[in-house]
Design a protein around this ligand. Sequence first.
Ligand code: UDX
Length: 450
Amino acid sequence: MRIAMIGTGYVGLVSGACFSEFGVHVTCVDKDADKIDRLKRGEIPIYEPGLDDLVARNVAAGRLSFTLDLKEAMQGVDAVFIAVGTPSRRGDGHADLSYVYGAAEEIARNLDHYTVIVTKSTVPVGTGREVEAIIRKTAPKAEFDIASNPEFLREGSAIGDFMRPDRVVIGATSDRAADVMRRLYRPLYLIETPIVVTSLETAELTKYAANTFLAAKITFINEIADLCEKVGANVHDVARGIGLDGRIGKKFLHPGPGYGGSCFPKDTLALVRTAQQVGSPLRIIETVVDINDKRKKQMAQRIIAACGGDVTGKTIAVLGVAFKPNTDDMRDSPSLDIVPALLAAGASVRAYDPAAMHEAEKLLPGVAWAKDAYAAIDGADCVAILTEWNEFRALDLRRIKALLKSPVMVDLRNIYNPADMAQAGFVYSSIGRPDGSAEKPTGSSAQSTL
Ligand code: UDX
């Protein structure tokens, strides 16, 4: 089979490379000449574990190629995927669909045989129909169908998520289109992946419902964590206690500084706007958005409180600025709220991130960047962990204590055990757990449920 993938951003590049690994001939198209040149040279513009090997292997096998020319890419294809960006529109939070509609017009100008046009980007309900209308208008005689095939890829584990998904959702306007889509995903039949075939609107909404539900789940455990702190309970034990109930499920119950990233903040807001627009408001998600925004801002106060309430003239070592580990993505990262608030309160910030510093330099002016965690900590008054990179999980605590002016650690990802930290002589604060002095060192309270 043969497909064209429009957009070589995160979703397009990962999906294109993974489809080629399935044996499909994939041509990735982008308007950015520099990006296409770099991809042709084998340079991968994003950080995603395993993607460079996957791309190199499939380019060498002749199944994956890159071009600026959509006409060339669309020759003989079974399907064209639209995987362009849908950023939040400035001011109103609606998804900006200009790139999607622009792609639809270009596709229409190049349609010369039956093709399935698939939206892979996260698009509001109704976008598929709009794409259909645009194509019909530009190319009234063209033979095509529309499909929606939302992605559920997590950054940092996107390839695994594509190759071994919990499910594939396909919205299609005809059986013929659904059949093309099923054939593209044929290798997943071997691992018995459920394929959920629905209408266009249902598939579009399913994507938003999944992301907003997960955002709500995280926000729920974050609020439970705050309550735990007040009543002396341990949020990880609560998460385990509820998560073992199959109706709840144990994933996405890890408390933290609030969700960030390229999807949850944008998608929660976009669904809230859609729901308001059609007169069926999603008050639960409106609240989730509000709580999460406030939470990210409040996190700086925790750090300031741990430093005795005043950080004027103090140096805070920040470990991790990406919104999650294994990515250099800074989009809506909690660090973008926390670090400026610390600077505004009079602190100096020295930070280190294994992958995101290059991105972060532009977004966080006034921060001194260190070459590793220890260099960030050297001479600081407090260390704050903002992202749970693996390399921060096993720091040499003795060395850190010796480097810090005072042994204060604020762990916003709960990667250390309070009792162990108390024993190591740290003034340690984390999210939703009693301070270590009252607990036995058991190791259970740092369990990740991500
Ligand atoms: C998410 C969805 O998981 C994916 O299906 C969708 O297609 C795109 O959006 P991603 O944004 O890459 O993926 O990361 P994810 O691992 O879901 O984390 C999102 C945010 O939630 C991060 O800020 C993370 O730190 C936070 N999070 C996640 C928590 O705070 N607690 C959790 O238990 C899980």
